[in-house]
Design a protein around this ligand. Structure first.
Ligand code: MOS
Length: 739
């Protein structure tokens, strides 16, 4: 019978390649005569380059060129506002665009040499004189400069419902607080890297660390004014990205610039410190006011966010949509305002806006539960919303209640004592906290190609990415199951701009979008196989309609009479040793528009806080997730575990400290930028709650990439309050804040 590959925990098909080092990442490719580029970054945050002297660097034997704003070619792109696929509204930064310095660590020169060591040494010899102008990097000090962006990246924060101000005034119980989320920087294991290889005639092959090869391809084509078909971008493996690879970063432009000018192959790899010179999760201050009746019914929520952005782009994210998604409250007012600072534009980072907004909202909800003296879980259930009130639409499915139930049971929530500091063990204060979260389940148009060989081996491809989330594996499962072929007879290929069109791998939409296209292209192949079978002599399928045949074990058979079957290899003989091919593109179904679709999570956390030292240890995390059908419970679980670990970082560790005197992010390495390590991670449980959804997409699967992080940090904050009686509203919760 048919193998159910989807829904079955499946090992990564690329696992062996990854652990043996066979999997190649952008910086690891070779090219004849490969040169190495090292970036020089600005020492000041704002001003002008008065003089840049590259002569000492250029005198070294083996240094080929030093590119600066003075000698770079005059592409028209520099004067235009062409945007990449994930760009926020505004005018994107152009590396080496002019003498103007817009942020600290801005790339100002690329030194290209025979070896990396030489390029790095030569980079030290580049002399720069600046004309410094006063900079401003302090969000708190400039809240009076906040403005509403002319355009929002996603739909704008919803318009007010009811009368939040009046309802708040009339509420029996009121809460008004502000919450601060600091800037975070992307620190995937793999640093950003590009290798650009120039070919005779001007064509380019580019290896890039990116979440969308076709985005890089378009970017290069636009920047350098060359046809898209002359640029091939390849990125078979990505060592973590989480949003950092949604936009092409400056090393891509610089490597291509150098390759074209020198007619060579040039590699540029950013250092760990340079990972702090582009995009970050923005420092955001949120003001919340919540009103409730004495019985614990929400009466009013206002949620106002103030976030930093650069002076040149209005980066914004979904910080304030969550009251309307998560709660049943009819007087809601939200806003998202920006403060332009002399920093680089912030960048999407795992659940952009969701992580930030859910932290504040879910902490405030917990505070309100305490004001009402009501169990925080009970309070949430009392204000549970069956509808998405932002859009006034029903959910295509929502099993959040079941997440609460199963999560609470597994965690043992019923044994919780309400009173803070009441669950002490020796000098360890024990705290239990809960929070929930959601992430939109979106589908984008995507395409795939399938090739079935005469031997019955299937190859499916799409220009998507696998940032470590498991795309290779999940697509292989979907294709193998749809075609009824053994998993080992199916390969999935990705990460090449010549492959069928795919959206960026982000937004937790890859399974939904690319997976649906993979399913469709396999169904197209099946139609083709049926036609071929019908042309065979004495075909038992001559009268069969497509919906009457099934595929399993490498055979096609009549669903109602499985004994009537033909091996695919026998059918393929009709094609005289040639493979058969199909290509398909899948768009979201119009019916989806009538519904809201979100993945949901509920997280329960236990912390131990040392009463004397103020150290916080997260001893237990249970996250229950409802995200439609889980295609691969094994890689899916890893997504949620990753979210839990990152949530520990958000709550307790991560913080890029900005020195306002220098206008520079100072904690720019893994020594000072703290991330959770194994010693910080203890018992971590994941529950997948069954959720049936026929609307969200043909697979019934929602995304898992981002929903795992959103509810973790607030649950930890709430647990810390329960342990200590101290409410810390400024992340991260470090011991100095608890003592
Ligand atoms: Mo995610 S921030 O869409 O990689």
């Amino acid at each position: 019978m048919k193998e159910n590959y989807t829904g079955t925990p499946t090992n990564r098909v690329d696992g062996k390649a990854k652990v043996t080092g066979e999997a190649k990442y952008a910086a690891e490719f070779e090219a004849p005569g490969l040169l190495h580029g090292v970036v020089v970054n600005s020492a000041i945050a704002k001003g002008k380059i008065k003089r840049i002297d590259t002569s000492a660097a250029l005198q070294l034997d083996g240094v080929h060129q030093v590119f600066t704003h003075e000698n770079r070619p005059g592409y028209s792109w520099f004067d235009k506002h062409h945007q990449d696929e994930d760009a926020p509204p505004g005018s994107p930064f152009r590396p080496l665009g002019s003498d103007e310095i817009k942020f600290s660590m801005q790339p100002i020169a690329l030194v290209v040499a025979d070896t990396f060591e030489l390029a790095r040494y030569a980079a030290l010899l580049v002399q720069v004189e600046y004309e410094t102008e006063p900079h401003e990097t302090n969000l708190e000090a400039n809240l009076d400069q906040a403005y509403k962006p002319k355009k929002y990246k996603s739909p704008p924060p919803s318009s007010p419902r009811g009368d939040a101000a009046q309802a708040f005034e009339r509420s029996a119980v009121k809460l008004e607080e502000a919450y601060a989320h600091p800037a975070h920087h992307h620190n995937p294991m793999e640093m950003h890297a590009s290798i650009a290889i120039w070919h005779e005639g001007g064509k380019l092959t580019v290896y890039d660390k990116i979440q969308g090869v076709q985005n890089s391809q378009k970017y290069i084509s636009t920047a350098f004014g060359i046809p898209q078909e002359d640029v091939q971008v390849i990125s078979p493996y990505v060592g973590g990205a989480f949003g950092s690879g949604l936009r092409p970063q400056y090393q891509l432009f610089l490597s291509v610039l150098a390759a074209r000018e020198l007619k060579r192959a040039v590699k540029v790899v950013l250092t760990r410190q340079q990972m702090f010179s582009f995009g970050h999760r923005p420092h955001t201050i949120q003001k919340l006011a919540i009103g409730a009746s004495e019985e614990g019914k929400l009466q009013a929520i206002t949620h106002h966010a103030f976030a930093e952005t650069s002076r040149f782009e209005d980066y914004n994210e979904d910080v304030v949509i969550w009251p309307g998604v998560l709660y049943d409250c009819h007087n809601v007012e939200v806003s998202h305002q920006l403060v332009g600072l002399d920093v680089y534009t912030p960048l999407d980072m795992r659940a952009p806006g969701g992580t930030t907004g859910t932290f504040a909202l879910e902490c405030a909800i917990d505070e309100m539960a305490y004001k009402l003296n009501m169990d925080p879980l009970e309070f949430r259930l009392k204000n549970y919303s069956e509808k998405d009130l932002n859009e006034d639409k029903p959910h295509s499915s929502k099993e959040l209640k079941e997440c609460y139930r199963q999560g609470a049971e597994k965690f043992g929530w019923a044994n919780r004592m309400m009173e803070p500091r009441s669950m002490k063990e020796g000098h360890q204060l024990i705290g239990w906290g809960v929070a929930h979260g959601a992430w939109e389940a979106q589908q984008q148009e995507a395409s795939a190609k399938a090739v079935l060989s005469p031997e019955g081996k299937l190859k499916v491809s799409s220009a998507t990415a696998d940032i470590g989330t498991g795309t290779y594996t999940v697509m292989t499962q979907i294709a193998a199951e749809t075609m009824g072929l053994p998993l080992e007879d199916v390969t999935f290929e990705l990460g090449d701009s010549t492959m069928p069109k795919s959206p960026l791998e982000g937004g937790s939409w890859t399974v939904s979008s690319v997976g649906s296209a993979v399913k469709l292209v396999c169904e197209k192949l099946q139609e083709e196989l049926l036609k071929m079978a019908q042309n065979m002599k004495n075909s038992p399928f001559s009268e069969a309609k497509p919906e009457e045949v099934s595929f399993a074990n490498g055979q096609m058979f009549l669903t109602h009479a499985p004994a009537t079957s033909l091996p695919l290899t026998a059918i393929l003989e009709q094609h005289e040793g040639e493979p058969i091919e199909a290509e398909a593109s899948q768009k979201p179904d119009k019916e989806q528009k009538n519904y809201s679709s979100y993945s949901h999570s509920a997280t329960f956390v236990e912390v131990q806080v040392d009463e004397e030292l103020g150290t916080v240890k997260v001893t237990r995390i249970v996250t229950a997730v409802a995200a439609g059908r889980i295609i691969n419970p094994k890689t899916g679980r890893s997504q949620i575990l990753g979210g839990s670990v990152w949530g520990i970082g958000v709550a307790l560790e991560e913080h890029t400290v900005l020195d306002h005197q220098l206008g520079r992010f100072m904690t720019h390495d893994l020594d000072k930028y703290h991330l959770p390590v194994n010693a910080d991670v203890h018992e971590t449980d994941v529950i997948f709650v069954e959720e049936k959804d026929d609307i969200v997409n043909p697979l019934g699967a929602k995304g898992l990439g981002e929903v795992g992080i959103v509810s973790v940090a607030p649950a930890i904050c709430n647990a810390v309050f329960h342990a200590t009686g101290k409410r810390i509203r400024e992340l991260p919760i470090t011991l100095d804040k608890l003592l």
